[in-house]
Design a protein around this ligand. Structure first.
Ligand SMILES: Cc1cc2nc3c(=O)[nH]c(=O)nc-3n(C[C@H](O)[C@H](O)[C@H](O)COP(=O)(O)OP(=O)(O)OC[C@H]3O[C@@H](n4cnc5c(N)ncnc54)[C@H](O)[C@@H]3O)c2cc1C
Length: 339
């Protein structure tokens, strides 16, 4: 029997640690419970929010509807020659899945070590780090369609993955609840070392032929040294996306700021480092009331204790305005704002 709770604090359900409450709250432990939930028409009509680990959310006010917390567990794998298919429940902790794969020597996920959050949310924004994106190892996912009460399989093409983007953030937002994800990994490692400080850290450790376990440990080490730990200081990782702009717009920025940090982003486009743009506007490490930006990475907004979602949102708007007036580049929030 499903338990619908009322007036539940969401403080421990979002990594920003924002103290808001949900009018109704339900935890889903089995996919079939979603059918049971939506047999009651009142939940069909009510405003809903699907919640995993709450590590990509900013709650600006109390949520006056039903929060559906996905806690569907389970991990299994099947080996076929060198290919490994791994299926995980949407409520599994992403990093537990990475550890499961790394410990079993299933290669492909190691660069995505230590990203907070759940397996089910990973396809939503096509999580990525250190040169690898979820789409590189994604096979398919199974999702519950709220309107019809049925389950549907989404292939990689169906998901329309893009940089921190997918169909679940756009056309299908709020229509589907991902219940499990299937990954295609390999017993043969194709290690990706070109991004960030991975190579440098491997050299520091005297490792010349890294295993996927080495990569996972190095990535975890670099992440811990750069990013604030949400269990001690509230945050949701990168608050903004790195802007991708047309080459002609980039040329204007480059003319005035030749030192601008940039990367090629496909035909006629350039990706700028949002953290660099924010830092150059003087925001790095700034404390504003109970909030501010992280001293090691200006892209991360933090809750220094007792911040409201409104305060964090206001700061993010100020940052967007100042980056726009200095560089003419419009930053977009990566974090899901619930207002
Ligand atoms: C310290 C820190 C570092 C981070 N680093 C990275 C990084 O390197 N790369 C990166 O990509 N992200 C990063 N993030 C962001 C975050 O970890 C990811 O976005 C993660 O996938 C969010 O998972 P979650 O379960 O917490 O999702 P939530 O925050 O609970 O939800 C995020 C979105 O997904 C939807 N959603 C959640 N579960 C489901 C489901 N089962 N079905 C359908 N929709 C669902 C929600 O409605 C919401 O819109 C970081 C965050 C933190 C705090």
């Amino acid at each position: 029997m499903l338990q619908i709770q009322q007036n539940i604090s969401l403080k421990n359900f979002n990594t920003f640690g924002i103290d808001v409450s949900a009018k109704y709250f339900v935890e889903i432990n089995r996919a079939e419970e979603l059918i049971e939930l939506f047999m009651d028409s009142q939940w069909m009509e009510m405003e809903r929010l699907i919640l995993g680990g709450g590590s990509n959310m900013l709650f600006v006010k109390d949520f006056d509807g039903l929060v559906i917390h996905i806690n569907i567990r389970g991990m299994e794998h099947r080996i076929n020659h060198q290919q490994v298919l791994v299926v995980a429940g949407a409520g599994e902790v992403w990093n537990d899945l990475v550890n499961y794969c790394v410990n079993n020597e299933f290669a492909g996920m190691e660069n995505l070590s230590l990203i907070p959050g759940s397996v089910g949310a990973a396809p939503v924004q096509n999580i990525g780090a250190y040169g690898v994106e979820l789409k590189d190892i994604f096979a398919s996912c199974n999702a519950f369609e709220i309107a019809t009460g049925t389950f549907k399989t989404f292939s990689k093409a169906d998901c329309q993955f893009d940089y921190r983007d997918s169909i679940f953030k756009n056309d299908m937002k709020g229509h589907y609840i991902i219940v499990s994800v299937k990954f295609e990994l390999s017993l043969v490692a194709d290690v990706k070392l070109h991004y960030g400080a991975i190579k440098e850290e491997l050299i520091n450790r005297g490792i010349t032929e890294p295993t996927i376990k080495d990569i996972s440990q190095v990535v975890s080490y670099i992440r811990v040294s750069k990013l604030p730990d949400p269990s001690t200081i509230g945050n949701a990782g990168s608050f903004f996306k790195n802007p991708i702009i047309p080459k002609d717009e980039f040329n204007i920025v480059y003319e005035h700021f030749p030192e601008v940090v940039n990367y090629p982003a496909g035909d006629g486009f350039v990706k700028l480092a949002a953290g660099w743009l924010i830092e150059k506007c003087g925001w790095k490490g700034k404390v504003v009331g109970h909030t501010g930006t992280w001293h090691n990475q200006a892209l991360v907004l933090v809750n220094h204790g007792g911040a409201t979602g409104e305060e964090v949102y206001r700061l993010s708007s100020q940052i967007i305005d100042s980056v726009y007036s200095k560089f003419g580049v419009k930053l977009e929030r990566e974090v899901n704002v619930v207002d």
